[in-house]
Ligand binder design. Structure first.
Ligand SMILES: *[C@@H]1O[C@H](CO)[C@@H](O)[C@H](O)[C@H]1NC(C)=O
Ligand SMILES: *[C@@H]1O[C@H](CO)[C@@H](O)[C@H](O)[C@H]1NC(C)=O
Ligand SMILES: [Cu+2]
Length: 385
């Protein structure tokens, strides 16, 4: 009886406590809903554009790029198998050009390595990486029998707990775990294109990826380091086989919280703002560098960062943010460009235009930027869902 009375007395208080969070909604949950809404508007505008079409990119042919955690286990395994297939196919890059290449996967790393000073912190950043991810997706499908689309990693779903995220769980159907935890490490000094160096504090791993399909013994990195010291043989172009390392880092993943992403989407009236906020001025924090730094390990080396298969999921998300931003006003925003041809404009170079060519090394012939600003024209045909 007394217990019941006590409970009854406590009841109003309990209701008050449980009501409190509802009256002050979590700003991150509000921001996440806002991003969902903007994504739906972008989808509507894209689908309205292609609905009348009977040729080219149509509602029948469009690829639907999904978030990693929205893939079924079977879809994840199919994607992982295709990545491992690419890493087992022979390279096309001549060893006379890049002595360290051993696989078709390395072709992609070698191309990025060579182009890094032109395609980061510059007007080529967004269009280059859009086409680069497309070429990778195309190779997975054409050369490795993959039937799906390139998945993306939405940082806003895992920024509070990287180790707890399914994508890093270490299961056979994940993208692999954190690196083995190595204690007592100093910050890593990272050389960025554009001439700046920054120090990255250690995260929770530091060693070889411990579990999953890309762990030590199952997957190898061959090129670099280039942007970390000591550099690999032949300035990072030589053969330097080693495990894939990771160092998940909550300090940087906080930059990928929903409110930061919704601020980009709602707060940027022009693509210059979007570029500067996302990619940062050289050395400043933005969701792009922070995504790399929150994975750590080989991701700290901008030049050979595609060596970690997570690179492609991260860059699909960068491309998704640009796509959703463009998709609020396709007519006014699709052709908007910002920036010059060189990283941090060093050495000084002209502003990019729709005619400015972007090269892809051994991967593909150069294309003018104007051919890759839309995700549903020319060679591109995909939507983020
Ligand atoms: C993300 O948001 C946090 C908290 O508001 C802020 O400290 C941080 O600077 C933001 N990061 C970016 C890259 O906007
Ligand atoms: C380059 O673009 C910037 C704005 O992004 C503009 O202020 C500048 O005048 C442009 N330079 C030339 C030579 O057109
Ligand atoms: Cu890059």
């Amino acid at each position: 009886m007394r217990l019941l009375a006590l409970l009854a007395g406590a009841l109003p208080l309990l209701t008050l406590i449980s009501a409190a969070p509802e009256s002050r909604p979590d700003p991150e949950a509000v921001a996440a809903r806002r991003i969902d809404k903007l994504q739906r508007q972008y989808q509507t505008h894209i689908l309205d554009t292609i609905k009348p079409r009977t040729t080219g990119c149509t509602t029948k042919t469009i690829l639907r790029r999904k978030e990693w955690h929205d893939l079924s286990r079977r879809e994840r395994l199919a994607y992982i198998a295709a990545v491992r297939c690419l890493a087992a196919l022979p390279a096309r890059t001549p060893r006379s050009a890049v002595p360290g290449v051993r696989s078709r996967y390395d072709d992609f790393v070698a191309a990025h390595l060579a182009l890094t000073p032109l395609v980061h912190f510059s007007g080529r950043f967004l269009p280059f990486h859009r086409q680069y991810v497309h070429l990778y997706e195309r190779a997975l499908r054409a050369e490795c029998g993959y039937r799906g689309a390139q998945p993306y990693w939405d940082w806003t779903r895992s920024w509070r707990d990287l180790r707890g995220a399914g994508v890093f769980s270490g299961a056979p159907w994940s993208m692999g775990s954190d690196g083995v935890s190595v204690a007592g490490r100093e910050p890593t000094v990272v050389q960025l294109p554009g001439g700046l160096a920054i120090a990255i504090p250690p995260g929770t791993g530091g060693g070889c990826v411990e579990r999953g399909p890309f762990r030590e013994g199952r997957f190898e990195v061959h090129l670099g380091p280039v942007g970390l010291s000591p550099q690999g043989p032949e300035g990072g172009l030589g053969f330097n086989p080693r495990c894939l390392t990771r160092d998940l880092n909550l300090f940087f993943s906080g930059d990928g919280r929903p409110s930061n992403v919704s601020r980009l989407l709602d707060g940027c009236a022009d693509v210059g703002c979007l570029n500067v906020q996302m990619d940062g001025a050289v050395g400043a924090r933005g969701v792009h560098t922070s995504g790399h730094f929150s994975i750590g390990g080989v991701e700290l080396d901008v030049f050979v960062s595609p060596s970690d298969p997570m690179f492609w999921l991260h860059h699909a998300q960068i491309d998704r943010v640009w796509s959703i931003w463009q998709g609020q006003d396709l007519e006014g925003r699709t052709n908007q460009l910002w920036g010059t041809e060189t990283a941090a404009n060093v050495p000084p170079s002209p502003n990019v235009t729709l005619e400015t060519p972007i090269g892809f090394g051994v991967l593909a012939g150069p294309v003018p930027i104007g051919d890759i600003v839309s995700t549903v024209d020319k060679d591109l045909c995909y939507i983020y869902v």
